[in-house]
Design a protein around this ligand. Structure first.
Ligand code: AMP
Length: 285
């Protein structure tokens, strides 16, 4: 497995693979890898000849300096895990390489969807995501890129950006990987104390119970979300939002909508956890 922090070395390797006719899958990450990330690499492995993973804690997508400073850096372990997963190249640029100087002001923005939900709570977050994903796409020039459905809104932002800016890259979503009790795997789970970890699965359980209520014909979406928020707060979370939205544009769902996604973000101690479940109410699972 090749490990490089250099843009030129990355480009050279990509050029060689292209000359050999190899297809390339790309998995962008911020490192501190867990089985959720590795599932994306495995997916890439199945779909393309070569898999490139990037590890870059992108400062422009953090709205809070303390959160950025605390973000775990575990490069050595990450590279070992990627090697075991048969990743072909790990790109590990530093901040200077990606944002060459303080005058780097160009931003890619996907208005509308970027201001809802996560975007409303974390100002500028999705502009940071769209910008870094664009830069990484320009460097890696993959045939396909794989993103987790755990970050449902991020996946939508990236899909819209790729469509509207004519990137010739297939965007593939991959299901959320969970611990046995349902908690979505996340680098931020490491911030939880033992006591908090024991109640963290309430987030997924609460989303699941909303799905059940919807399947049973419940239509008071606002009341359902409100009572779910109470459940979370009573369990020790501080709910940021829990919302029942339409899958195609993330606007509030109405009784006529069948393709629905329930999205939540909630603080548990130092960790801000997010999760979602997408359902088609027309289809019995
Ligand atoms: P991050 O390192 O948090 O920026 O995540 C990198 C990629 O991994 C993103 O596409 C995430 O959606 C995806 N990801 C993170 N956690 C999970 C998970 N539990 N299951 C599947 N994909 C995930």
């Amino acid at each position: 497995m090749i490990i490089t922090s250099q843009k030129d070395a990355l480009r050279e390797q990509i050029k060689t693979w292209r000359q050999e006719g190899q297809s390339i899958a790309f998995v962008p990450t911020m490192g501190n890898l867990h089985l959720g990330h590795l599932a994306l690499v495995e997916k890439g492995r199945a779909l393309a000849d070569k898999v490139v993973t990037s590890i870059f804690v992108n400062p422009t997508q953090f709205d809070n300096a303390a959160d950025l400073d605390a973000y775990p850096h575990t490069l050595q372990d990450d590279c070992q895990a990627l090697q075991k997963q048969y990743c072909d190249l790990v790109f590990t640029p530093d901040v200077k390489a990606m944002y060459s100087d303080t005058t780097h002001t160009t931003r890619v923005s996907v208005p509308g969807i970027s201001s809802l939900l996560e975007g409303a709570s974390r100002e500028g977050h999705f502009d940071g995501v769209s910008t870094i994903v664009t830069k990484l796409f320009n460097l890696v020039t993959p045939d396909m890129a794989i993103f987790g459905e755990k970050d449902f809104q991020q996946l939508m932002v990236v899909r819209q950006m790729v469509r509207e800016l004519d990137f010739d890259i297939e965007i593939i979503g991959h299901p959320t990987q969970r611990d046995a009790d349902g908690l979505a795997l996340s680098s931020r789970n490491g911030y939880l104390t033992k006591e908090e970890r024991a109640i963290a699965s309430t987030l997924y359980a609460t989303l699941t119970s909303i799905v059940e209520e919807l399947r049973n014909g419940s239509q008071g979406f606002k009341d359902l979300a409100e009572s779910a928020s109470q459940t979370l707060n009573n369990s020790g979370f501080k709910t940021d939002y829990i919302e029942i939205r339409r899958q195609h544009d993330l606007l509030p769902a109405t009784e006529n909508d069948e393709e629905i996604v329930i999205l939540a973000a909630a603080w548990l101690g130092k960790a801000r956890l997010i999760d979602n479940i997408a359902v088609n109410l027309n289809i019995v699972n």
